[in-house]
Design a protein around this ligand. Structure first.
Ligand SMILES: *Cc1c(COP(=O)(O)O)cnc(C)c1O
Length: 384
């Protein structure tokens, strides 16, 4: 752990977001909390216990190693679903631990059966259908092959789910493609069920689809970004809030990130600051050095553009973002001293630096900025 900065996780915000999602989705729709990419940068080990406190009993990850981290963070049994990559040994491990996983080709189905037989257990699989995203999934012919194989191995396979992923529900420009995906999914589901193979959960929706296409909720939704207090895109947010008389965002951000001033310096007018010549002091200025850089997830694209909060005021990053440091202009901020708090993401007084402000400046998605937050930053759970 490196103590250059601290990520705080607001427990009340977690409670707020889950309560909002449960109210909107109703009690017939199960929420699978997506905690891939270190819980969108928040920290799997810190977030899982908070979700667990709020009765989340289903978790989705991409890698098997993340599944194990979730498994180890739980205090009571819950379902864990691997949507992405597992090597052969991991498939064996997953079956042993009752961890569920996506099956998107025949090779993986055969490997699952091989180890289920060896272990004399059932592999709990989610059959993933290719419905038009053209990324992963069984096409119609492969699904029929899979059905034949499963029917011969009913003692070794449990169909925990039948699923697909939609190609961009957060943007209205994908509407037609998504409608066609939903239609194809229904058709493939009918084929499966006509063979008396009934999946426990039917699921296709991420956060955006759960809100933009209510029909896509089926009986489980895979919610990531909204749990952390963000809308998938401004389009999804505007569509939601447009119909409300009260225009207050019902979601609350969980994550804050702060650091401290490491050194203060006066620089004369006409001098370049930092590497190269990207920043030229136009007057005599005072700078503060902050011990956080791109190796911790403070993107290089915020060079000469980022904003932080110091002394209750918004201040600009000047020069390029270094591997471990940024320089901030603190001219005209009174009474600032070494050790003072610097807010990189979150609130100070009445002001707030939002992750979305980062992404507007740098062209990165909220998702990307969160996922880049280094795992070595200390995380601390706070209340409010
Ligand atoms: C990441 C992911 C999700 C969650 O998406 P959000 O937009 O964060 O809700 C759902 N399903 C799959 C397959 C994913 O990879």
């Amino acid at each position: 752990m490196i103590d250059n900065s601290l990520i705080t996780l607001n427990e009340n915000a977690v409670e707020n977001n889950i309560a909002f999602l449960k109210k909107k989705l109703g009690n017939k729709v199960k929420i699978s909390a997506v905690v891939k990419a270190n819980a969108y940068g928040h920290g799997i080990e810190q977030v899982v216990p908070l979700f667990e406190k709020n009765e989340i009993e289903h978790y989705s990850v991409f890698y098997y190693s993340e599944a194990i981290r979730v498994f180890d963070s739980l205090s009571k049994p819950a379902t864990i679903m691997v949507m992405g990559w597992l090597c052969e040994t991991s498939i064996r491990g997953a079956i042993t631990r009752g961890i569920e996983f996506f099956v998107f080709n025949i090779e993986r189905l055969n490997i699952a059966i091989k180890y289920a037989k060896e272990l004399n257990l059932k592999a709990k699989i989610h059959l993933e259908a290719e419905t038009g995203m053209n990324r992963s999934g069984l096409n119609t012919t492969e699904l029929k092959n899979a059905i034949a194989i499963i029917k011969e191995n009913v003692d070794y396979i449990e169909i925990a789910g039948f699923c697909t992923h939609l190609a961009g529900a957060e943007s209205v420009s994908n509407h037609v493609r998504i409608q066609s995906q939903l239609k194809k999914y229904k058709k493939m589901l009918a084929t499966l069920e006509a063979n008396n193979l009934i999946p426990r959960y039917k699921h296709v929706a991420n956060s955006a689809a759960a809100f933009v296409y209510p029909k896509a909720r089926m009986d489980l939704v895979r919610i990531g970004i909204m749990l952390y207090g963000f809308w998938s895109s401004s389009e999804v947010y505007v569509q939601y809030i447009n119909h409300k008389s009260n225009k207050i965002d019902p979601l609350k951000r969980i994550l804050g990130w702060h650091s401290h001033i490491m050194a203060i310096k006066k620089v004369k007018s006409g001098e370049f600051i930092g590497y190269g010549i990207s920043y030229l002091a136009q007057t005599d200025i005072t700078t503060a050095l902050i011990p956080v850089g791109y190796s911790f997830g403070y993107s290089r694209s915020l060079s000469n553009k980022g904003r932080v909060l110091i002394g209750g005021q918004r201040r600009s990053v000047i020069g390029v973002v270094n591997m471990n440091m940024i320089i901030v202009d603190i001219s005209h901020v009174n009474d600032v001293k070494v050790g003072d708090e610097v807010v990189l993401i979150g609130k100070q007084g009445d002001l707030e630096i939002k992750v979305s402000a980062f992404s507007e400046i740098s062209d990165e998605l909220n998702y990307e900025i969160l996922a880049h937050l280094s795992e070595s930053i200390v995380r601390k759970v706070i209340k409010n």
